[in-house]
Design a protein around this ligand. Structure first.
Ligand code: NAP
Length: 242
């Protein structure tokens, strides 16, 4: 019988899961959206969208996928719902690997929680200079911000650079970031905007903003369709092997 796991990746967890399954000699395919050059396709990797729910369902059936692990980013809203719908239609078991959020973070009570970028923009009223750390795709939603903007992204493309205001300072750097560097950067701004990505990867940003008393505008995770979930790579690997 064919046994194949499809991992929907594009995250640190996706990469770690691949390493674990490699070590355990479990057959898998890693799927990447193909947004950044850092995600180098390996031997068991496919790149690019499936073509919505119908395309993913067709892929699951054609490739005789036995299980799907959705390890995409907590804010990859479309892929989470496509995976839930396609797996249900194709009768393929789905596990969502979701790193723990920050609702219970020790500093969570001091942050200004908002639900979307419009609310974040409202919360920035009166701020002179802001650090935006929400990724590349949605940064343009802040184009109307009247103050100074420093935007930190993993990687700039010429099209993206042309889409944002010329006055914005762009820092194209990939984390994790050192606490001293975070202190130096955050000391230059009146507020930081962040997504509730969760996990420990961005801890130095949270720590530095807290120490400096710089307001943190935190965009809460979107609500996702129900699915079986786990919070760690080890649990996902165990499920894959079960
Ligand atoms: P999204 O809005 O949920 O996805 C948009 C479309 O991109 C999906 O409908 C799908 O196209 C395609 N896609 C997304 N992830 C894919 C995957 N792993 N394999 C194949 N196709 C994929 O996602 P997004 O926010 O644009 O994020 C794109 C990727 O970047 C995700 O894999 C995510 O894990 C990663 N990422 C996102 C964020 C973030 O803040 N959103 C942060 C870090 C990493 P089709 O409908 O054609 O299948």
């Amino acid at each position: 019988m064919v046994f194949m796991i499809l991992i929907l990746g594009g995250t640190t967890e996706g990469r770690r899961l691949v390493a674990t399954l490699n070590d355990a000699h479990v057959p898998y395919t890693l799927s990447l959206a193909g947004r950044t050059s850092a995600m180098k396709p390996g031997p068991n990797t496919r790149v690019g969208g499936f073509g919505g729910v119908a395309g993913l369902r067709e892929y699951l059936e054609r490739e005789q996928v036995s299980k799907v692990i959705d390890a995409t980013h907590p804010f990859a809203r479309q892929m989470h719902s496509n995976a839930a719908a396609a797996c249900e239609q194709a009768g393929v078991p789905l596990l969502r690997l979701m790193r723990p959020g920050w609702r219970n973070h020790p500093y969570a009570g001091s942050w200004r929680w908002v639900n979307n970028h419009q609310e974040a923009l409202q919360a920035l009223k009166g701020a002179g200079r802001v650090l935006l750390t929400i990724g590349r795709q949605e940064a343009v939603e802040y184009a109307a911000f009247p103050g100074e903007m420093i935007v930190r992204i993993a990687e700039a493309t010429p099209e993206w650079s042309a889409s944002i205001p010329e006055s914005w300072e762009v820092i194209a750097e990939r984390g994790p970031f050192d606490i001293d560097a975070e202190r130096a950067l955050i000391s230059r701004v009146d507020a930081v905007v962040s997504k509730e990505s969760g996990g420990r990867f961005n801890e130095s940003k949270l720590e530095a903003a807290h120490e400096l008393g710089v307001p943190m505008i935190m965009i809460a995770r979107p609500t996702l369709p129900p699915a079986q979930e786990c919070g760690s790579v080890a649990e996902a690997a165990e499920w894959a092997l079960s």
